[in-house]
Design a protein around this ligand. Sequence first.
Ligand SMILES: NC(=O)c1ccc[n+]([C@@H]2O[C@H](COP(=O)([O-])OP(=O)(O)OC[C@H]3O[C@@H](n4cnc5c(N)ncnc54)[C@H](OP(=O)(O)O)[C@@H]3O)[C@@H](O)[C@H]2O)c1
Length: 401
Amino acid sequence: MRRVSLLGATGSIGDSTLDVIARHPDRYSVEALAAHRNADKLASLCRRFRPAVAALLDVDAARALERDLAGEGLPTRVVAGPSGLIEAATVPGADTVLAAIVGAAGLEPTLAAARAGKRLLIANKEALVIGGAAFMQAARAGGATLLPIDSEHNAVFQCLPAGYEGEPARAGIRRLILTASGGPFRQRALADLAGVTPDEACAHPNWRMGRKISVDSATMMNKGLEVIEAHWLFGVPPAAIDVVIHPQSVIHSLVEYVDGSVLAQLGHPDMRTPIAQALAYPERIASGVERLDLASLAALSFETPDAARFPCLVLAYGALAAGGAATVVLNAANEIAVAAFLAGRASFSAIHATCAETLARMPSREARTLDDALAADADARRTACAILQLPADASGIPLAA
Ligand SMILES: NC(=O)c1ccc[n+]([C@@H]2O[C@H](COP(=O)([O-])OP(=O)(O)OC[C@H]3O[C@@H](n4cnc5c(N)ncnc54)[C@H](OP(=O)(O)O)[C@@H]3O)[C@@H](O)[C@H]2O)c1
């Protein structure tokens, strides 16, 4: 019986995870659930899954949750604020933590779970992008087992040799090939992109996801963050990580070996597959995902990403090559610009422009420690807010977006 703490329980990955867990009550129970402020949804999840701990970052929302659940005889203790999230991430009763808070906000609880030596299923790619080598080192020192949930990284993981330990040359790996759908604007006239709306950007052709990652998919910043994530997770140099557009989203990624073999993982675009794979690893469990009928697939096609259409992907490769805090700066500027776009305060094309300008304004600096990274993250948020003319608080959180 595995006992799971789910960070980001009220989101899209949270929904998929609880769907898989509910199919296997004999194998999994829920020890903790955490979210930001959606008290109503967390209350109904607490009634259904009866966790020992329920955490909300927002203190008022946590109080409302506590009042809502009072007198129902649940075993659930409600905790609040940043320390409440850490408590959910490190609760001794949980052996498995699924990290699915969106954005940099997920770093500290995900890192706490890594330090506590949990079996850590990572969807929160931003934690790896910001934490980089320091995050991987903390996970090693804590004795954590990292299992990727992002469908591309989970596909790569499934195509790697058993026991792979981050040494691509030794394993005969020539390159990783991450697939990308190309998002909703793959064929849209370039001149139209400045005027697209948040709803259009979030209408992903193949995947149903939260709004931030949907916008990242439309700009392909998501793929850029995934290249950075793959670099840290698998120890593969950036020059050996390629991206190919595959509009059908059936092949989730590939590993090419020196003997010419290319191994791929296929399946329907449904996050329950990688979640079930990682939850049960090294065993396999049913996920509820429909079987793939190869004969009914009309064709699988592939394209090279167009740098003019997807300049954010180019920025991400550049930031990874620049090293130091550049990837942290890029991620922070992107989070601000995407939030501004979703709030109707910036255009779609301002996302790339803001990221490029933030990188240009911030001189290169080291990010040897997590404190260095967090300082760069806050500076980049302030810089991006200034570029977008948004007011920000002292820690770089935009006040109006
Ligand atoms: N969705 C996918 O298919 C998919 C695929 C691969 C990777 N991922 C990655 O998985 C992560 C989650 O994505 P998603 O699509 O599930 O996002 P989502 O639907 O927007 O859900 C985000 C979750 O994070 C919580 N949250 C947001 N800000 C928080 C904060 N400051 N403190 C604590 N909790 C916070 C939200 O709580 P509230 O509801 O209370 O706001 C919600 O539970 C992202 O890093 C994304 O890149 C997602």
